[in-house]
Write a protein that binds this ligand. Structure first.
Ligand code: NAD
Length: 361
């Protein structure tokens, strides 16, 4: 079967890891009809946007995309193309597995966590008011009138927005995933002791939805305690479901538990479309150096194969990557004891090694 897939190389180190991933995916024997679409910071000057409409149109046609990272300027400039993509396609669930493989340098063994991050609202909703903007004054006046709290005008405001609908569907997604994949427990993560309204709503909704799934254990943790627990005893946890910002932070923390961002995959899933991408960003300082680890994107490719019902190819690709990790000969700098280790190989050599293993399976 030929699978139409939108392929977005992205920017920074994105094109190199995308090419490495495309090669290993094709080596599984699965047939892809790639629709290659450009998005990213390099397009800004030429097209005035980092995310041209044709990218969205392509994903609406193929339903599935494999995406490299895209740079977003910090504190200024255009809004994130990654956030826009997730919003435009209503990719409400961000799935981020964190799993240890033999040979990864990690303080832990046998971690197999699934993190489900809400992807559309919370502090990422884009409800922001810049210092000095006229809209900010209106906000400050409204807050004073409705709450009696008088804010300084030298401030900026970002609104944390959490709805029942989005909380219901993300928690349901987590429980459905747990059922389909034989998981035993879902932990909702929040800060409802302080943000009683927004996080309180998320937590109350999670409790309500959990009643529909009596076969799966449910519990909740306050986010700061969750961070400590994950560092001390990650084996106690199975699946976590979180609002957007906590999900982003905890999934990087979990990537740290399993050997780093170089091996942490992700998927953005909605009711109609799915976009697979590594957790990490564009690492622009290493662009065009054939240096960074393509495994996070390759593992995202494994998730994509499962989504496309290519279970056998997914298992073989995961096994081939795991064998390369266990062998320890063809690893990039980030998986070595020291970043300047002279035995570290480049992005494309990792792809060659994975393909060789695939051919032997
Ligand atoms: P980053 O993930 O790009 O890099 C963080 C650290 O991890 C750096 O030291 C980097 O060198 C290292 N690293 C990242 N990927 C690696 C890999 N595959 N192999 C080895 N080492 C790797 O995070 P950042 O520096 O905070 O962000 C850079 C840019 O990426 C920013 O513009 C950010 O907005 C963007 N970003 C994009 C996405 C996305 O496209 N989904 C996600 C996160 C960040």
């Amino acid at each position: 079967m030929l699978h139409p897939v939108t392929l977005i190389p992205g920017d920074g180190t994105g094109p190199e890891i995308t090419e490495a991933t495309r090669r290993v995916l094709e080596a599984t024997g699965v047939q892809f009809d790639w629709d290659i679409r450009q998005a990213g910071i390099d397009l800004m000057a030429k097209c005035g946007t980092v995310l041209p409409d044709e990218v969205i149109d392509s994903i609406k046609r193929t339903k599935v995309a494999l995406k490299g990272p895209i740079t977003t300027p910090v504190g200024k400039g255009f809004r994130s193309a990654n956030v826009s993509l997730r919003k435009k396609l209503d990719l409400y669930a961000n799935l981020r597995p964190a799993k240890t493989y033999q040979g990864l340098r990690s303080r832990y063994e046998h971690i197999d966590l699934i993190i489900v991050r809400e992807n559309t609202e919370d502090l990422y909703a884009g409800l922001e008011f810049q210092k000095g903007a006229p809209e900010l004054d209106v906000m400050i006046e409204t807050i004073a009138r409705t709450t009696g709290i008088h804010l300084n005008h030298d401030c900026a405001i970002s609104i944390k927005y959490i709805s029942v609908l989005a909380s219901q569907r993300i928690v349901r997604f987590a429980f459905e995933y747990a059922r389909c994949h034989g998981r035993r427990k879902v932990t909702a993560v929040h800060k409802a002791n302080i943000m009683k309204c927004s996080d309180g709503l998320f937590l109350a909704t999670a409790h309500e939805i959990s009643k529909e799934y009596p076969d799966i254990q449910f519990e909740d943790r306050i986010v700061d305690n969750m961070c400590m627990q994950l560092v001390q005893k990650p084996e106690l946890y199975d699946m976590l479901v979180l609002p957007n910002l906590y999900g982003d932070i905890i999934s990087d923390l979990s990537a740290g538990l399993i050997g780093g961002l170089g091996v942490a995959p992700g998927a953005n899933i909605g009711s109609h479309y799915a976009v697979f991408e590594p957790v990490h960003g564009s690492a622009p300082k290493y662009a065009k150096q054939n240096k960074v680890n393509p495994m996070a994107m390759m593992f995202s490719g494994v998730l994509m194969l499962r989504h496309l019902h290519e279970k056998d190819a997914a298992n073989r690709l995961e096994q081939a990557i795991a064998q390369v990790i266990a062998e320890g000969k063809w690893l990039t700098y980030d998986l070595k004891p020291r970043p300047d280790d002279p035995t570290a190989v480049g992005t494309s050599q990792v792809a060659d090694a994975v393909i060789e293993k695939l051919h032997k399976l």
